[in-house]
Write a protein that binds this ligand. Structure first.
Ligand SMILES: *Cc1c(COP(=O)(O)O)cnc(C)c1O
Length: 411
């Protein structure tokens, strides 16, 4: 069955007791047993719950994978996955990863004796150099956040020397645009809070794998660490995930239009979007992904105050953390999502004070462009250029030239 069909039908059988077409919210902590140890497969909802099980079946099917374990948040899933490791183990982590992942490795797991090295994983030689005898895991996110760089999942998987687990945070692409397990990863991890849920109304996470042993360990860790997903939240995520294919197509369509609009403006110095031919890894993106997603980052010309002003002036793009909902969001990574990363480390990664990240929603593309245009035009005096016109200051050889649309690959 195709993706869109699986999204709507997998795990969504009519309720066996009532015939309810939609899987009910099983709001129960416990289950009545007919005799000691005799029950219908559920005994306590931290361990399993029918509404959550329905979501797990649905998400595993979207990935065409054997197992999904749902968690109370993306970081709940990350906590369980990293708890597969022990003190003294070492992890090679992509240096351009979600701020919360960075915080987990550097402020919690390090205290438990888990070692981690952050490297630019677009540089395979650097990854190879970072591997130690005690390396047990590669942790990566692609496209990276917020710089939208592309890491070659298959090439990283091929660097394994010693059974290291390859974990890919696939939150940005979702299984609609990218299949980490098929590219050689052992675990795909999601913040279901983002595109999978899709409506900015729920927090959740998931870990997906084809490995029976990993799945069993993750279930054990889920029940032991307790970052469980509740049935109400599981219901919302399932409802959202049914329209994932439709939404991802629309997010991408709008993101293409906006990325091209931005590349044509002189007051925007850089546009980061893997769908642009000017993206340094555009070819790898085309090879590895079935689409380029809905996240764009851009560097504005002018001081930080201009970036803050633009973020304040957009009306359809709400100023908020998070991403992946139907509504468009704008975010200043240096002060918001990536504020917990030290400034010198941020600057090294390109998360400068003039950087903005857009989560392009599924409103009309022309309305979104008009909204960005008014916010950029209103602050243009700070940019040192004239509106949509010639450079008012010195020429900038770094400016990425306008590029033509490469055409969205079919999903
Ligand atoms: C949001 C996010 C997370 C964390 O997920 P939560 O559901 O907020 O815990 C992890 N990775 C990426 C890429 C994210 O965007």
């Amino acid at each position: 069955m195709d993706f869109a069909t699986r999204a709507i039908h997998a795990g969504q059988d009519a309720d066996p007791t009532t015939g309810a077409t939609i899987v009910p919210i099983y709001a129960t902590s416990t289950y009545t047993q007919t005799a000691v140890g005799e029950h219908k497969g559920f005994d306590y909802s931290r361990v399993s719950n029918p509404t959550r099980l329905s979501l797990e079946t649905q998400l595993a099917a979207l990935e065409e994978a054997r197992h999904c374990v749902a968690f109370g948040s993306g970081l709940g899933a990350e906590s369980a996955i990293t708890s597969l490791l022990s003190a003294g183990d070492h992890v090679v982590v992509s240096d351009d990863t979600y701020g919360g992942t960075y915080r987990l490795f550097t402020r919690v797991l390090d205290r438990f004796g888990l070692e981690s090295t952050f490297v630019d994983m677009t540089d395979l030689a650097a990854v190879r150099e970072a591997i130690r005898p005690n390396t047990k895991m590669f942790w990566l996110e692609t496209p990276t956040n917020p710089m939208l760089r592309i890491i070659d999942i298959a090439a990283i998987a091929a660097l394994r020397t010693n059974g290291e687990l390859v974990v890919v945070d696939n939150t940005f692409c979702t299984p609609y645009f990218q299949s980490p397990l098929a590219l050689g990863a052992d675990i795909a991890v999601y913040s279901a809070t983002k595109y999978i849920g899709g409506h900015s109304d729920v927090i959740g996470g998931a870990a997906i794998t084809n490995d029976d042993g990993i799945a069993e360990n993750l279930r054990f860790l889920g029940k032991t660490l307790g970052a469980t997903l509740g049935p109400f939240d599981a219901f919302l995520i399932t409802r959202g995930a049914k329209t994932l294919a439709l939404r991802m197509r629309e997010h991408e369509h709008n993101a293409h239009a906006i990325a091209h609009f931005l590349t044509e403006r002189d007051d925007v110095s850089e546009v980061f979007y893997p769908g642009l031919a000017s993206h340094p890894q555009h070819e790898l993106a085309r090879k590895q992904m079935r689409g380029f997603g809905g996240i764009i980052s851009l560097t504005l010309r002018g001081p930080e105050s201009r970036a803050l002003e633009v973020a304040k002036r957009t009306k359809l793009f709400s100023l908020a953390e998070s991403l992946g909902g139907v509504e468009s969001l704008i975010n200043h990574p240096a002060r918001m999502t990536h504020g917990s990363i030290p400034k010198e480390e941020r600057d090294r990664r390109g998360i400068t004070d003039g950087l903005l990240r857009l989560s392009v929603g599924i409103e009309s593309a022309s309305d979104l462009i008009a909204d960005l245009r008014q916010a950029l035009d209103a602050t243009i005096a700070l940019a040192g250029v004239t509106a949509n016109g010639a450079d008012a200051g010195v020429g900038d050889p770094d400016r990425i030239p306008a590029t033509q649309n490469e055409g969205a690959p079919t999903a």
